[in-house]
Design a protein around this ligand. Sequence first.
Ligand code: 4AD
Ligand code: MG
Length: 466
Amino acid sequence: MNKLSVKTARDETSIGQTASVNGWVRTRRDSKAGFSFIEINDGSSQGNIQIVAPGELANYESEIKKLSAGCSITVEGQIKESGGRGQATEIAATKVHVWGWADPEEYPLQKKRHSFEKLRQWAHLRPRTNTFGAVARVRNCICNSIHQFYQEQGFLYVNTPVITASDCEGAGEMFQVTTMNLEQIAKQELEKLNYRFDFFDRPSFLTVSGQLEAETYACALGKVYTFGPTFRAENSNTSRHLAEFWMVEPEVAFAELSDNMDLAEAFLKRIFADALQKCPDDMAFFNERIDESHTLLENMTNIVDSDFVRLPYIEAVEILESCGQKFEYPVSWGTDLQSEHERFLTEEHFKKPVILFDYPRSIKPFYMYCNDDEKTVRAMDVLVPGVGEIIGGSQREHRLDVLTGRMAEQELDIDHYWWYTDLRKYGTVPHAGFGLGLERAVQFVTGMGNIRDVIPFPRTPGNVDF
Ligand code: 4AD
Ligand code: MG
């Protein structure tokens, strides 16, 4: 028998076919006329398909009338035009096979709506809800667009290591990786802790970024991107930080900051446009049910169709200083911008995405290209309404003497980065790249308020269940 997904079975073109459809029951209601309506969903689309199960079915009394939310079934029958509202088709069932029951006294996802906080405790079941199904589909669409965008432009996908001895961002927020027995060491004296006995002979960590390794491949292959999990042990319990998140990092040789901005803008527009075009039902759902002002679709469409603002950091500081707004953290030249400042610029002042560039060198990592003013580096952050910083990147310092000077300034062990400095010794070339936080991109596209709700199993301080 023809197997159809709920999505395909919902399509008018399936009318008349005899088919089987699998899914999990959302609701069942019995008609006085002796038959039942069952709504099932299999994750293929936002909408359910309605099953009409006649009383004549052999298991009607024994099973069908006991179906409740969460039960898994396979239905065989004919796809028909539906008389009901909101759906083109329904299935007139000739057979309903029950695979698994879900005790209605225990199954957490009953009809009642649960808060997102509550649903986080059931991260294994929440993908069965409308919201988390939609998030999973849109996240998938974005991942697909990421690969398509770079592949179409001739970038090579490279896999950079998850375990590393380097701290790319220099913020020291790293998770250590060791095979040493910590319990045993804790019982011994500290002097006995010797990394010579550890797996990698030296302190090693989960990577905060694939950038440094991506640079080596860009300086051989021209245009590359890495896309994988990254880890930061920052103890910030905010709605925009995870301890484990996914980052896309393109890196381009023979390129400078303006090329980097052009790439970032085209890239973001592409993934936004694809979400609008390829996930219309899910995007309509987010617009109606998640975005309180119901302007998500309109805003996204405007962003795709208009230019981002490009603004030097110094001008941003001037705007913030003279805007008359009271901020929790004061701003002046040389301070790092806080989320409240970034959001003011992109949400209140410009009301569109803003690319800030040329930041003070004292607040940025060692690898960024130093401008001639000796005060700023060619860094850029892309800020978007509702989320704030979504991309961070820069032109890289390709001059050996300036780079080693910066490393000394930041007290990095230059020997340790010998392979990174080698790139500047042999055929050095201006190059640039950036990192997009995948979850922040998904937050922006879906309007979901908390980053914990756009990744299947969020890792935050204290949370490592599932
Ligand atoms: O600005 P960041 O720290 O830049 C880098 O890591 C560079 N090495 C990237 C590069 O140039 N190749 O991080 C890049 C992006 C941020 O803009 C943000 O979207 C995201 O990664 N990000 C996080 N997302 C979730 N949770 C966290 N803790 C994040 N930290 C950064
Ligand atoms: Mg950043």
